[in-house]
Design a protein around this ligand. Sequence first.
Ligand SMILES: NC(=O)c1ccc[n+]([C@@H]2O[C@H](COP(=O)([O-])OP(=O)(O)OC[C@H]3O[C@@H](n4cnc5c(N)ncnc54)[C@H](O)[C@@H]3O)[C@@H](O)[C@H]2O)c1
Length: 125
Amino acid sequence: MKKNGKRRILITGGAGFVGSHLAIQLKAKYSRYEIVALDNLRRRGSELNVPRLKAMDIKFVHGDVRCIEDFEGVGAVSAVLECSAEPSVLAGLESSPAAVVHHNLNGTVNCLDFARKFKADFIFL
Ligand SMILES: NC(=O)c1ccc[n+]([C@@H]2O[C@H](COP(=O)([O-])OP(=O)(O)OC[C@H]3O[C@@H](n4cnc5c(N)ncnc54)[C@H](O)[C@@H]3O)[C@@H](O)[C@H]2O)c1
């Protein structure tokens, strides 16, 4: 969905390594794009990227993809880039896998459901 002729893109995990670089590079290349970065800042150090995002006029939403209510502050979008994750291959190996399933499976289902509402394009990292 385009707002005021602008493309709006949600990047989940937008303060992470991949998400923040994508957000900043997209904004640098396509200044008219409105980019929203949603992140729960779970990964240590991800909070350091928030000022970098804001400096590029990228909206930051402190939210968790496991909570569908946290998407409410995002608004309509034309594309979702799903970069949020518990990316460690060792996560859940020696402890319960429940947290990995919640972040990486249930969270992605919520992202897909959010994209479905707006018939938005979807890229899953
Ligand atoms: N880093 C790479 O080289 C690389 C290469 C290919 C694919 N990937 C994939 O890209 C994705 C992101 O990897 P990364 O290296 O950027 O990891 P990262 O840990 O730097 O970023 C993930 C971000 O997601 C956030 N996050 C975690 N759980 C969340 C939740 N429930 N709700 C909202 N935000 C949440 C974290 O706070 C973090 O900022 C992963 O799926 C990874 O497998 C990464």
